[in-house]
Design a protein around this ligand. Structure first.
Ligand code: SAH
Length: 221
């Protein structure tokens, strides 16, 4: 019992330090900082890696996939929240992985979250992790994220957490007018994070920074 309490305190202290670092690195939206402070990232990584769960690192989650760096999760969430369409009621996430980004989206208060993962075993892992950390509001779907979720479209925001080589057209179509998509794109072996804002008369694309994601692959498994 005492051991558990000590361990919990340890994680809280580390999480606070992580959030201080995120602030130093330029994350400034209080909603996002608060969400990062209140989402137990250690419950989204396997036990053997938990001591590193509040370092600013991506970590393996099995099947060649990773949990994204805390900074990238915070940055993408902040970018998504800074779109024109407010409040963000319905968001589509592509690449659930272990479910950590999904949890952060819940914590910033997005009511309707749909998250697509192509590997059914990772969808199950994400579901277990989210339940264990008391997150119950997102809908987890095993499908090919390239195709999005037409029956639930349009979305106020789309966040893609694996890198395609081109912007998936279906996802653009499913984005609402004034909606925002945040995604990494790979070109010539390099990846950059992009923000795409959709307007009634076209799109505005903004390159944010270099990033390093696993690739968005074709087809569900
Ligand atoms: N969002 C995660 C990071 C996920 S890593 C986090 O919070 O840390 C990227 C995930 O995208 C992997 O789980 C991978 O299986 C998944 N993925 C790759 N291609 C996909 C596709 N076409 N559709 C849906 N998921 C895909």
């Amino acid at each position: 019992m005492i051991f558990n309490t000590l361990q919990l305190d340890g994680y809280e202290t580390r999480r606070r330090k992580m959030v201080n670092r995120l602030e130093e690195m330029g994350i400034s939206n209080p909603l996002v900082l608060d969400a990062m402070l209140n989402t137990p990232r250690h419950l989204f990584v396997e036990e053997a890696l938990r001591s590193r769960s509040y370092d600013n690192l991506s970590l393996p989650i099995g099947l060649g996939q990773t949990i994204s760096q805390p900074y990238i999760v915070a940055r993408m969430t902040e970018l998504l929240l800074a779109g024109k369409k407010q409040p963000l009621n319905k968001v589509l996430e592509i690449g659930t992985g272990c479910g950590y980004q999904t949890a952060v989206l819940e914590k910033v208060g997005i009511q309707n979250i749909y998250s697509i993962e192509r590997l059914s075993s990772l969808r199950e892992l994400a579901k277990r992790n989210l339940r264990a950390a008391n997150f119950y509001n997102s809908r987890l779907i095993c499908a090919d994220g390239y195709l999005g979720l037409p029956k639930s479209a349009p979305f106020d925001g789309v966040i893609v957490t694996a890198a395609p080589k081109e912007v998936p057209i279906e996802l653009l179509k499913q984005l609402d007018i004034n909606g925002r998509m945040v995604l990494p794109l790979e070109k010539n072996g390099m990846q950059h994070l992009w923000v795409i804002d959709k307007y009634i008369n076209g799109y505005q694309e903004t390159c944010i920074q270099e990033v390093n994601f696993v690739l968005l692959l074709n087809g569900r498994k």
